[in-house]
Design a protein around this ligand. Structure first.
Ligand SMILES: Cc1ncc(COP(=O)(O)O)c(C=O)c1O
Length: 366
């Protein structure tokens, strides 16, 4: 698998060129509304004085960092506002590799494809720990692959693509392994508002110099286009990460940070609750239809993706193209996420047509 150019774009392009109506279940772009206060924050920004159109502090608007630090109960110096969770992952992984405490990066298989891409770009060596059939991560699988050459262990919970949610025991064990190997646990928690199991534990719940948390507002506020995320880093990593962030970006987007700050302050928990409930309905409808199509799948405990396997129809790019042309449903080939799910297809439930898509799949396979 070539992780350098995300396969995602190829599938999207193929679906766009198709000569029929195609339900897009490829991207992770939410189709629901951002918080009202976010829209208000953007509107309000247009009329601010010209000074507000200039560089913000490189590591993020002070008030936004303060708000994040107080919500997450961490020192403000540990917070860097980034260009989405994508940059947060890059900074945390780069800082872990720059410590000269190893070159290997332990990832899971299946994996979110940008992690191996970033590992290669940063000169690291990926090592894969398999997860259970249902997506659960047994920390012993990581322990067996971690050693003094390990620079970072990169995990994601709630997980894309498996939907697994790691509980407190798993997160504690992962931090412990990072400590034992003098490595950094990088915990990508971008789907933390989409825990359908009630078991999600943030790595911030474990106090350690060996854990970094990365997250953002792309999914929780349905704003993948605004590019606001952040990382919480231990002191040893925060300074080099700040420098790298400044040299790469100068700074992040001031209007986007302003709007996110307003939304953080003014949005009730009901907003997040309603989106989670809506996704749970979609998961029910989609998995019921998968049952009707005779597919194998694991019901996601978190996030908004479903991995499914159809007998005799492996999740290759060729079969993805067939599903686009013949069923009118676009999903992702399983091999985009590593070797272990080559036979599977991943469907993103970010369309109000999830039920219709599942019905199309059921009639295609029956
Ligand atoms: C696991 C994971 N991490 C990070 C990202 C990127 O998030 P952001 O838009 O905040 O950069 C995604 C997007 O789909 C994701 O699935």
């Amino acid at each position: 698998m070539d992780y350098e150019k995300p396969l995602f774009f190829r599938v999207m392009q193929y679906a766009e060129r198709a000569d029929r109506d195609v339900i897009d279940m490829v991207s992770g772009n939410p189709d629901w509304e951002p918080p009202e206060a976010l829209r208000e924050g953007l509107r309000e920004y247009a009329d601010l004085p010209v000074s507000e159109y200039q560089y913000p502090p490189s590591d993020g608007l002070r008030e936004l960092r303060e708000e994040i630090a107080s919500r997450r109960n961490v020192p403000i110096e540990s917070v860097i506002v980034t260009n989405g969770t994508g940059e947060a992952n890059y900074l945390a992984m780069a800082a872990a590799l720059d410590r000269d405490a190893g070159e290997e990066v332990v990832l899971t298989d299946p994996v979110y494809p940008y992690y191996p891409g970033k590992t290669g770009m940063l000169g690291g060596e990926p090592v894969y720990a398999p997860v259970e059939e249902d997506g659960r991560l047994d920390p012993d699988a990581v322990r067996e692959r971690a050693n003094e050459d390990t620079a970072a262990i990169v995990v994601n919970s709630p997980n894309n693509p498996t939907g697994a949610v790691y509980g407190e025991d798993t997160v504690e064990a992962l931090v412990e392994i990072a400590e034992e190997c003098d490595a950094i646990l990088v915990s990508d928690e971008v789907y933390d508002h989409f825990d359908h199991s009630g078991r999600f534990a943030s790595a911030l719940s474990v106090d350690s110099e060996h854990r970094a948390v990365t997250t953002g507002f792309s999914k929780s506020m349905a704003i993948t286009g605004l590019r606001v995320g952040y990382t919480v880093l231990p002191p040893e990593l925060a300074e080099p990460a700040r420098t790298r962030h400044m040299l790469v970006n100068v700074a992040g987007s001031r209007p986007a940070q302003h709007a996110v700050l307003r939304a953080l302050r003014e949005t009730d928990p009901d907003y997040y609750e309603a989106n989670r409930a809506m996704l749970e309905e979609r998961i029910d409808a989609f998995t019921d239809a998968l049952d009707a199509a005779g597919a194998e799948y694991t019901r996601p405990d978190g996030a908004f993706y479903v991995l499914a396997r159809f007998d005799g129809f492996p999740g290759t790019m060729e079969n993805v193209e067939r599903l686009i042309d013949e069923a009118g449903v676009a999903g992702m080939p399983g091999d985009a996420f590593g070797e272990s799910r080559e036979d599977w297809l991943r469907f993103a439930l970010v369309t109000p047509r999830a039920q219709e898509a599942a019905d199309r799949l059921a009639s295609f396979f029956n």
